[in-house]
Design a protein around this ligand. Structure first.
Ligand code: FMN
Length: 317
């Protein structure tokens, strides 16, 4: 086959994206973060990829902060933008976050490990599932429930799907680590021993295997290059979110540097598809996958059957 036959567009419940990766939720709420949002939004517009806002909670409470988020839409009027709130907020807050950005979808983040390690963090998560259920049923746009870098397990997927959630971003361990970040703010009673908490992105996607027909999965957490993107897509994710790696480039090289990186990733992704002999993401999802190390050990205890994944091209081609 030839490179010209490769197409990486991804089908989602709400349409198709030409590029199967996006800038995941990060920031807003101060003058400095307004500038960062401007840089990220410029890159999203120039490259045509979707972008998610950081948590808009502060601006829902304090309208003077709205323009730090609004920047995402002003710079990128026609792009796909996710609004973002935490699961502690209700439908009214969800609608306010969406209106603030004229958003095309909503992310609801789950960050219990971060809250527990934050001295001033929340200790009561009992309203979260109810809020998620109400928001999912009252909003007509795609709703994604995501972690923030600790991954998810089957028990969580089942609860979310039962609550009506159709899109789940596993946001696994391996990249930005909020337990490490919050520990650095504590001078005593640190939770250093929790820094390995959670499921890696690969393990979270192994947990997702039985549910790939019931929900749409996004994968994120620790994605550093196009091969990581393809691994997530081969594991069944329909789109891949990138935060830390893009933020670093935005801060060090500005929007021009980030645009160049994203364009390079798009090209390299297609080139690796060519190496794999895959013309589209459906074919990539049927390539054989060989696991070793921690994911292999995990799957031996909880499934899926790795022998089947290692030979899946023979059954589904
Ligand atoms: C500086 C920073 C701020 C973040 N803020 C948010 C946020 O407000 N809302 C959210 O859902 N996730 C937030 N995240 C989490 C990311 O969306 C993502 O889940 C996590 O960083 C793992 O991806 P990564 O390894 O590509 O960074 C933030 C991440 C970073 C690095």
């Amino acid at each position: 086959m030839s490179l010209s036959q490769v197409d990486c567009l991804t089908s989602l419940p709400f349409g198709t994206w030409p590029v199967p990766f996006f800038i995941n939720g990060m920031t807003g709420g101060s003058e400095k973060t307004k500038k960062i949002n401007e840089t990220l939004a410029r890159a999203a517009r120039a490259t045509g990829i979707a972008i998610a806002s950081g948590s808009q909670k502060a601006a829902i409470k304090d309208p003077t902060l709205r323009d730090t988020f609004r920047m995402l839409r002003e710079v990128n009027p026609d792009g796909f933008i996710f609004a973002n709130i935490g699961a502690e907020l209700d439908e009214e807050a969800a609608k306010a976050a969406i209106d603030m950005l004229d958003a095309d979808g909503l992310q609801i983040h789950l960050n219990a490990p971060q809250e527990v390690v934050m001295p001033e963090g929340d200790r009561d998560f009992s309203s979260w599932l109810k809020n998620i259920e109400r928001i999912t049923h009252s909003i007509d746009l795609p709703v994604v429930v995501k972690e923030v870098g600790f991954g998810m397990s089957r028990a969580t997927f089942r609860k979310l799907m039962d609550a009506g959630v159709q899109i789940i971003d596993v946001a696994g361990r391996g990249g930005a680590n909020f337990i490490t970040i919050e520990n650095q703010r504590r001078d005593r009673s640190r939770f250093d021993y929790l820094e390995d908490w959670g499921q890696s992105t690969v393990i979270s996607m192994l947990e997702a295997q039985p549910y790939l027909d019931r929900a749409t999965f996004f994968a994120s957490g620790g994605v550093r290059h196009p091969l990581d993107i393809l691994k997530g897509l081969a594991l069944g994710a329909r789109a891949i979110g990138i935060s830390g790696t893009f933020l670093h480039t935005a801060l060090t090289k500005g929007s021009e540097g980030l645009i160049a990186l994203i364009e390079e990733w798009k090209q390299q992704m297609s080139q690796i598809m060519l190496l794999l002999g895959c013309r589209n993401l459906g074919e990539l999802r049927r390539t054989d996958l060989i696991f070793s190390g921690a994911p292999e050990q995990w799957a031996r205890l909880r499934g899926p059957r790795l022998e089947e994944m290692a030979t899946r091209s023979q059954r589904n081609s």
